[in-house]
Ligand binder design. Structure first.
Ligand SMILES: Cc1cc2nc3c(=O)[nH]c(=O)nc-3n(C[C@H](O)[C@H](O)[C@H](O)COP(=O)(O)OP(=O)(O)OC[C@H]3O[C@@H](n4cnc5c(N)ncnc54)[C@H](O)[C@@H]3O)c2cc1C
Ligand code: SF4
Length: 337
């Protein structure tokens, strides 16, 4: 039995101070990831700070400039089905609904989704070494069973992937994460929030200890007319992505005015390659254009014994998803792209 203290915070500041003052403290929101990690002995907090009673951060509202602010404590389900999100950011709605199960999405919060940890099987097995769980102990995945692991941005210390679906859409939409702690508030561009493993795979993101996510801002441009989220996985539900793609396109007749493409399941963070998106600007809307972008996005990809297939799979998924984004009918439940 592990002894721990439990506190309910009623304000963001109170929660932040409680966690800040104890190195072994953790926030808990929906608990859908934290409690699993705890049961598997991957984490063992001395103090659990429950943030569910905080009244702030539970709304979805329009903000200056035409965008939308989504509270960190809004559940994934309430976000996906909110009329403003369904109408203006269907890419986000679809990505969320591609993840987990109905029951989990009812509990899971947006803040927790951003901070969820990798699903690497070795990370969850506290009997084996793992640099992310126990820095310096080694990475058994590199020469082990690495079918679900990274092909981009990995290091000799860790080849894990970040498992979120929601975050792939948030990356493509260029959202901004608002956080707060004793030192004040700051806003982090989505691309700077998650990190690559490099020499410190134990650090997933750029949040400081005690810093709490309060909300996520979506810019006004939602690519609602031409967007698509494609998740390739072993089972059609309740499975993490082998590869996923979020695409948003803005068209000018038969040409591409702007493109956003983010990949999930291939790296330690949602993967976006700006040069590939820039290269699509002004190109005709054809498979060839998307195939060229896919080649740029996967440049430098390096697979391992069991996941080489992901490189070709990712290229094909990009092309297919960009073509699906051209046809809103392909997004309807049951439609075959
Ligand atoms: C069986 C299963 C299948 C799943 N499948 C998918 C899937 O296919 N796709 C997918 O995207 N996800 C999937 N998930 C993951 C799920 O989406 C996450 O567990 C969930 O989003 C986490 O949210 P939570 O509120 O429950 O977080 P918690 O478990 O409460 O917390 C997770 C982490 O976030 C921190 N945290 C929570 N809120 C904040 C905040 N406001 N500020 C700072 N830190 C915070 C906590 O301290 C903790 O470290 C799956 C989960 C399960 C259990
Ligand atoms: S890939 Fe990362 S999380 Fe998985 S065993 Fe290696 S160090 Fe641990």
């Amino acid at each position: 039995m592990n002894k721990f203290d439990y506190r309910q915070a009623t304000t963001t500041d109170e929660a932040s101070v409680l966690v800040h003052d104890n190195d072994q403290a953790k926030f808990v929101a929906g608990g859908t990831n934290l409690l699993d990690l705890w049961k598997y002995n991957v984490t063992n907090p001395e103090l659990l700070v429950d943030i569910n009673q905080i009244r702030e951060n539970k709304t979805i509202e329009e903000i200056e400039g035409g965008g939308i602010r989504i509270g960190a404590l809004v559940t994934n389900a309430d976000t996906a089905y909110h009329p403003l999100i369904e109408q203006r950011y269907p890419l986000l709605s679809r990505a969320i609904l591609a993840g987990a199960s109905g029951q989990i999405r009812n509990m899971a919060t947006n803040g927790g989704n951003l901070v969820q940890r990798t699903r690497c099987y070795y990370f969850y097995d506290s009997e084996v070494p793992c640099n992310k769980r126990n820095p310096g102990s080694g990475c058994p995945a590199i020469n082990g069973y690495n079918r679900m692991h990274a092909v981009l941005g990995h290091s000799e210390n860790c080849i894990a992937v970040f498992p979120s679906d929601m975050c792939v859409a948030l990356a493509a939409l260029e959202s901004v994460i608002n956080v707060s702690d004793l030192n004040g508030k700051r806003s982090i561009p989505f691309g700077d929030f998650h990190r690559l493993p490099e020499s410190a795979p134990e650090v997933d993101n750029t949040l400081r200890h005690g810093e709490i996510i309060t909300s996520i801002d979506l810019p006004s441009k939602g690519f609602s007319s031409n967007c698509s989220y494609l998740k390739i996985r072993d089972r059609n539900s309740y499975a993490f992505a082998l590869v996923s793609v979020a695409t948003g396109l803005e068209l000018d007749g038969d040409f591409i005015r702007e493109a956003r493409i983010a990949l999930g399941g291939v790296a330690h963070k949602p993967w976006r390659v700006k040069v590939a998106e820039d290269a699509l600007r002004g190109k005709p809307v054809t498979e060839t254009s998307f195939a060229q972008a896919a080649d740029i996005i996967l440049e430098g990809a390096q697979g391992f014994k069991y996941n080489q297939f992901k490189i070709e799979l990712a290229k094909r998924a990009i092309i297919r998803n960009c073509m699906m984004a051209l046809n809103p009918e392909s997004q309807k439940p049951g439609a075959q792209p």
